[in-house]
Design a protein around this ligand. Sequence first.
Ligand SMILES: [Zn+2]
Length: 455
Amino acid sequence: MSLHLFNSLTRRVEPFAPSDPDRVTMYVCGPTVYNYVHIGNARPYVVFGVLADLLRRRYGALSYARNVTDVDDKINNAAREQGVPIGVITSRFAAAYREDMATLGIAPPDIEPEVTAHIPQIVAMIQQLIASGHAYEAEGHVLFAVSSFKDYGKLSRRDPDEMLAGARVEVAPYKRDPGDFVLWKPSTDDLPGWDSPWGRGRPGWHIECSAMAAAHLGETIDIHAGGVDLQFPHHENEIAQSECAHGGRIFARYWLHNGMLTFGGTKMSKSLGNIEKIHDLVRAHPPEALRYALLSAQYRQPLEWSDSLIEQCIRTLDRLYGTLRDLADVDASAWIPASVDAALDDDLNTPSVLAEIARIAGEARKAESLDDRRRLKSELLGAGLALGLLQQDPAAWFARGASDDDDARIQGLIDERNAAKKARDFGRADAIREQLAGEGILLEDTPQGVRWKRG
Ligand SMILES: [Zn+2]
């Protein structure tokens, strides 16, 4: 079995083969940095990060680009509302985004292009589109002419009439065709803008990904990925821009789209006010449990997000880290089992990898010989590594990120309780247990002594 991926372009699961095995290329649409990123937006970064790791193991060389959108009307609005310069908004939320990603164990991409650093490439691509008859200037705007690209709609499989029927926005009078989209628009003095052949202005949203993918990864890339909500119009427009600017050469060979997070069956969206920000979630829950939860469904499926899902993931990780703690005396390094690679080869079947992890841990708990315990610990660590899980010290997991000082205080109370028990002062021993229970610290008497964890 080799890596098979569901390609949204063909609507089929296909074997993956890069154009150049010495340089596999992947582009994932990144965030617009005007606010904290919500957990639904972390799903593609977690899932396609797992894919990036897999591609690196298979091919050695991967160029993975994930952009940061730092010019956008949402940013302008946020700056105006908060009465601060635009750069304050973008640098604050780009930093928060990078911090949140690191907390969820998402490695940075190889290339993290920012739109404002690629204006010349964007302008050049727009010029190319005008020169080849795919774009036109109107009232300080430059628009892409969708009727000039016969394949428009090939990704989302919408026909142009249907797309129009769905458009509820008022059509700007300067558009030749209501489906035409903005490549460049004029900026007033109070808005970010750059000089261009069409006057001072700024790029539309879609052109940035086409220009930055070409600049860093080449005209044809192997994999383009993102949330299914980006398929239309964003990804459809990226295809139109790139393929028209590059003489019809295919833009992305494999298109991958992850499903949305839902809340009580409803899509997580700003307008519904059911957004859960990563920034808040990681302060309320162990980040690794959030990562586990995001991988608990196959990426193309919708994922129902709930507190009970998080609780269940915490309990599962308690069990797995408990197994690793019991194997603390065994020296072993991570080794990824073939069964895990096979599950990932099956269109990134992460639930199946998690089932493998549970099975290996179950076997490890029953294993008696040193050889078996060593082998199973290697497999458990390796299976976890493939998903970016189980790589902490078990003690760190059970401490739930508490400070060393606090750990020392808790251990001090436990020692005092042990001493009280020895002195048959059971009243004092029970009082300490109750005090700790009140703080959510659970004690467990084991043959190796008393262990504690945060409940
Ligand atoms: Zn994009």
